[in-house]
Design a protein around this ligand. Structure first.
Ligand code: LLP
Length: 385
């Protein structure tokens, strides 16, 4: 896909970098808030997907809360201007320091993942004369039908409190005076493309919520996590996820009591499609077995998803439309898995060509590392180009 204007605009910019389409980010946020707003749902942006300060600034304008999984994420959200009363904090391994910081900030809710964690939060809160608001993260044993490495809600995953343990938890709560159970939380996985899975989740949540209420626990909120997929195969035709159908499923299938609020933690579907990893071709080579490789100046240190999960990202050469050749596209890091794509057809590619790796806005820059002592990737925003 030739894009001469873009190539011209970036000709003096050092690669690799993340390019963010700010217009698409806003279109996505508008659609997201429009559809969730129809039902009064609360959306917390899952900051782990991308914590680029400029993106956070834009996201903040839409009145979203934030879903955090570390003390530093809570700090980042607060420093970016998100109100503490819209911050939720999950994670199986919250340290004492992280808990103390979040307690001091008076966040909306700790999504609590184990019985032991309940005790620790209770005692840290007691020492400070505080009461922590808690949502119990329940592992509902729902198969999200997604990649095994990003599935979190099955019985043998490390996340959440098993629904088989709930009786013991309720008994334990009688003795914990500095926590207040205000909700229940679920997150079953990421990149979930079968909408039926969310329908099934709703049914499980209904059963579990009813059960809690029968036991006399008054839940003021239910949090169903994130997980809505984006289209990696064909991003240009599907730049915005199907928020309409997604929120409709919850509105139709999840039973809320009067006054009970429903919360979501979406990451990938908010920022995934607005980010593209831009890179230059360094070398062309052919292996002994006849495979043609393009070596680019981006690598698994900027975008680890293909190496870690065999994830597919659409790849285009923005500066050539000459012929069609089958290539492997690889980065320069000393790991055999540092390959972005195998056997894909691209126009004939030469040193210096601009390669775009699409749908890289979520879990791209946020998972970047300095392995091989490479530089962290820079960001370029469409409205500043
Ligand atoms: N809530 C919790 C508790 C989570 O653990 C996650 C993601 C989310 C919300 C947001 O899920 P999303 O809407 O983005 O699907 N690095 C992997 C994805 C890991 C997801 C981790 N948790 C990837 O690149 O595919």
């Amino acid at each position: 896909m030739l894009n001469e204007t873009f190539v011209q605009k970036i000709k003096n910019i050092k690669t690799p970098f993340y390019y963010y389409d700010m217009e698409l980010l806003h279109t996505t946020l508008k659609k997201l808030t429009e559809e969730s707003g129809k039902y009064g749902f609360h959306v917390h942006y899952a900051l782990k997907a991308n914590f680029d300060p400029r993106l956070l600034q834009e996201i903040r304008q839409y009145d979203l809360g934030v879903d955090c999984v570390s003390g530093n994420e809570v700090r980042c959200a607060i420093e970016a201007g998100f109100p503490a009363e819209k911050i939720v904090f999950a994670g199986v391994g919250k340290s004492d320091d992280e808990i103390i910081y979040a307690l001091e900030q008076n966040i909306f809710s700790f999504n609590c993942e184990s019985r032991e964690e309940l005790e620790v939060i209770n005692s840290l809160a007691a020492q400070r004369n505080k009461t922590a608001r808690i949502a119990l993260r329940i592992n509902p044993d729902v198969d999200p039908h997604t990649h095994q490495h990003i599935s979190t809600g099955k019985a043998d995953n490390k996340f959440g409190i098993s629904y088989t343990e709930i009786d013991e938890v309720l008994a334990q709560l009688q003795t914990l005076n500095n926590i207040n159970i205000t909700g229940i939380h679920f997150h079953i996985g990421s990149q979930i493309s079968q909408m039926k899975v969310f329908e099934y989740l709703c049914k499980r949540v209904n059963t579990i919520a009813e059960w809690f209420e029968e036991k006399g626990l008054n839940l003021s909120h239910i949090n169903v996590g994130g997980g809505l997929s984006i289209n990696y195969e064909n991003p240009d035709a599907n730049p915005v996820s199907n928020f309409k159908e997604y929120f409709e499923i919850f509105a139709q299938n999840l039973h809320l009591r009067p006054g009970q609020t429903l919360h979501f933690e979406l990451g990938r579907s908010v920022v995934g499609q607005c980010g593209t990893l831009i890179s230059r071709v360094l070398y062309n080579k052919t292996t002994g077995s006849g495979k043609r490789f393009i070596i680019i100046d981006a690598s698994m240190t900027e975008l680890i998803r293909p190496a870690l999960y065999q994830a597919h990202h659409a790849i285009v050469n923005l500066s050539s439309d000459q012929g069609a050749i089958t290539y492997n596209v690889a980065g320069g890091v000393c790991e055999s898995t540092d390959v972005f794509a195998k056997d894909i057809v691209l126009p004939e590619t030469k040193r210096g060509d601009i390669i775009a790796i699409k749908s890289a806005g979520a879990y791209g820059s946020s998972m970047a590392s300095r392995y091989n002592l490479r530089n962290l990737p820079a960001s370029v925003y469409s409205d500043k180009l």
